[in-house]
Design a protein around this ligand. Structure first.
Ligand code: HEC
Length: 252
């Protein structure tokens, strides 16, 4: 039976192949940017510039040993001030983060080094020139709070499902044997995103789940790359094998 949904790329109209090519290239580029973003926002939290499982543990469950201020000063904010000034701030936190000392010692530092961004002009980051907000940063670091995770989860689940559905629908026109392999490549990202997102929460309870976050992210990227590259290759460069010609280009 000839079902036009299941025809190989080479049997599709030129317009459709062009449309698929555009979508694959832009979604693939989007994925690269997403990876740069993940790297930028997570790497280096543990003091080492590479992205590690320890970084993920700190992001999701907190470093436990440090306050949010210290985690930030060791990670993304490390370059904002010289080491000796950082030590002054850390010593203040360790000594109990009192308001008096904040006013005499810390505020002048913050005014000089941090106030351009943390002076209250940006509502999305804490105003460190106010003791009440600085005080929140000197509490123990418990990682991303559950509400933030819920917000990011639903955005990811909806957004990523669309992306993988589009890329998967295109990849369905590729000729891949054995068939079970094709099905595994198609379904992997959907399982991986679920494993990834549930592991964000589970990392709060048991740190080992940070590994699942890392590994599921790798599988998602791998499946995505295979689908995009195979599709682009088969749209333009592929030579149709004989068994595919014989059945009129129908791929299952
Ligand atoms: C160039 C702008 C800039 C400067 C200067 C800057 N920060 Fe930040 N800071 C940010 C941004 C943007 C974020 C939020 C994004 C992030 O967490 O990476 C942030 C986040 C933080 C956080 C984490 C808040 C949280 O929710 O856990 C802390 C703490 C912090 N900064 C402290 C400082 C301190 C202390 C200084 C001065 C030594 C400083 N920052 C200087 C831009 C800046």
């Amino acid at each position: 039976m000839k079902d036009s949904n299941c025809l190989h790329f080479k049997y599709l109209p030129m317009g459709v192949r062009t449309l698929y090519t555009g979508a694959l290239i832009v979604l693939g580029t989007g994925y690269l940017f997403a990876m740069v973003y993940i790297f930028e926002s997570h790497a280096g939290r543990d003091g080492d510039p590479m992205l590690s499982v320890r970084d993920l543990i700190i992001a999701y469950s907190g470093s436990k040993a440090d306050t949010r201020l210290e985690t930030a000063l060791k990670g993304p904010m490390a370059g904002m001030l010289p080491a000796e000034e950082r030590n002054v701030i850390i010593a203040w936190v360790r000594a109990g983060a009192s308001e008096d000392e904040y006013k005499s010692k810390i505020l002048p530092l913050v005014q000089q080094r941090c106030a351009t961004c943390h002076g209250g002009s940006n509502p999305h980051i804490p105003t460190l020139t106010e003791f009440s907000q600085m005080n929140k940063m000197t509490q123990m670091d418990h990682g991303m709070d559950v509400f933030t995770l819920v917000r990011v989860s639903h955005i990811h689940l909806f957004g990523i499902t669309f992306i993988f559905f589009i890329v998967g629908s295109i990849f369905c026109h590729a000729y891949v044997r054995p068939l079970w392999l094709k099905c595994i490549i198609l379904i992997t990202p959907f399982f991986a995103i679920l494993a990834d997102i549930f592991s964000w929460y589970l990392t709060k309870i048991f740190e080992g789940f940070a590994w699942v976050v890392m590994i599921s992210g790798a599988f998602m990227g791998l499946a995505f790359a295979i689908m995009i590259l195979t599709s682009l290759y088969q749209i333009w460069l592929y030579k149709i094998p004989k068994e595919l010609q014989d059945c009129g280009g129908v791929v299952s």
